[in-house]
Write a protein that binds this ligand. Structure first.
Ligand SMILES: [Zn+2]
Length: 415
């Protein structure tokens, strides 16, 4: 047991060291020589100070990201190894005989522990965005979001875990197929209610305030056959200086959302370009493709999890004081495998997303035919979020669901 604990920490330290060197020493965000001096070169549209901040901020943010994912794995391994998970299950079973209540109790202790242990990292992340003036959120407002997050995730988790372990107990061989079948309506349901019930827990949503601009946006929306009542503004200026817009929800709840920061700080032509980009997602039904892909990936994920989980619990179960692979106490192993698999799958998922984003840019420039506005939009986005124009390769692989700003501006320049 000590040996496994040692190796876990040792490997994590090596991994962290590698990324420290990779991000801070071996790579920088300078762009290829042939693009120097073009509209894609941040030196042409950022001040010296902004350039320096961009580099520092991206390095720190990327480092925090790469630290935090495997950090979660370390927690799960330790919770299993030191019998904490078995302890939580005992507490739950000592309190009640009803399975559902046992799940409520077990998941609470596990979630609380993970939340507490990961708090330093999430706080650092908040502190850094605040320090670089991207986030304008007060500590109490941020903490409030963290708490909402905790309870929303907890509620969803209890439902999932209860159904999951019921299936594992009933169908030891085929549980994962049934779990996958259940996940389909559940995913559709969550995607459907998200814009109406979940997102409003964090921010206020309302129809566009600037009526003159709204008229122009709706005229554009009409060109793309999007019903007018599906465009919303969200109050984000209390929380951030960054700019954004996105498409969310399915069916009658689908909508295009613009952050008020975007509406306040961009020119009309720039806003119309962003709007056209979002409309492209809407028109090309990217959310539906996304949900479909998610369902397909879940199938493979559950198939592999079933095999590996049984194998791992056979080997390490008694060491972790867990009797059977389908005891509630094995949940950290399930979560560990799911997290490992989704991290491994993220480069492929990001690549698909980047492909869709590129298609949306193409659609937008064809609709608006305003190259200057499109390019300055991306320059403004870079400035407002201090994002790097040309990130290191591994960063792009794991973190970029959108093409890099360099790629996006070069594409526009060729139009
Ligand atoms: Zn997009």
């Amino acid at each position: 047991m000590r040996k496994i604990a040692f190796w876990t920490l040792f490997l994590y330290a090596i991994y962290a060291l590698f990324f420290a060197f990779y991000l801070f020493q071996w790579t920088n965000s300078s762009i290829p020589a042939q693009y120097k001096g073009t509209s894609a070169d941040p030196a042409t549209f950022l001040t010296k100070k902004e350039l320096m901040l961009t580099e520092q901020f991206s390095e720190v943010k990327n480092f925090l990201f790469f630290l935090s994912v495997p950090y979660e794995w370390v927690i799960y391994i330790f919770v299993l190894l030191f019998g904490l998970s078995a302890r939580f299950q005992q507490w739950a079973e000592a309190t009640t005989k009803r399975r559902f209540m046992q799940t409520v109790i077990y998941v609470f202790w596990l979630s609380l522990l993970v939340q507490v242990v990961t708090f330093p990292l999430s706080y650092t992340s908040y502190y850094v965005t605040k320090m670089y003036n991207i986030s304008t959120q007060t500590f109490s407002s941020w903490m409030r979001d963290e708490l909402i997050d905790f309870w929303v995730n907890y509620a969803i988790m209890v439902v999932i875990v209860y159904v999951l372990y019921m299936l594992m107990k009933k169908f030891e061989k085929r549980w994962w197929v049934y779990a996958w079948l259940c996940s389909i309506p559940f995913t559709l349901f969550l995607t459907f209610i998200q814009p109406v019930f979940i997102d409003p827990l964090y921010n206020d949503f309302y129809p566009l305030k600037n009526k003159q601009l709204e008229a122009k946006i709706l005229a554009l929306a009409e060109k793309a056959n999007i019903p007018a009542e599906h465009v919303f503004e969200v109050n984000m200026s209390e929380k951030t200086n960054a700019l954004n817009a996105y498409v969310t929800g399915i069916g009658s709840n689908s909508r295009i959302v613009l952050w008020d920061t975007t509406l306040e700080r961009l020119s009309e032509d720039e806003i119309l370009f962003i709007m056209a980009h979002e409309m492209a997602h809407y028109v090309m039904k990217h959310i539906y493709w996304g949900v479909g892909l998610y369902i397909a990936v879940t199938f493979i994920g559950l198939l592999l999890t079933n095999r590996w989980m049984k194998r791992m619990m056979k080997r390490f179960g008694s060491l972790c004081r867990i009797e059977k692979w389908n005891d509630l106490a094995s949940l950290p192993m399930f979560l560990l495998l799911i997290s490992l698999l989704s991290f491994a799958a993220s480069p492929a998922m990001n690549a698909i997303s980047r492909y869709e984003e590129h298609a949306a840019d193409k659609y937008a420039i064809e609709l608006t035919k305003n190259k200057e506005a499109a390019i300055s939009t991306f320059q403004q986005l870079t400035r407002s979020s201090l994002s790097e124009v040309h990130p290191p390769y591994i960063v792009k692989l794991f973190r970029y669901s959108h093409p890099t700003i360099l790629e996006r501006i070069i594409f526009l320049e060729k139009q």
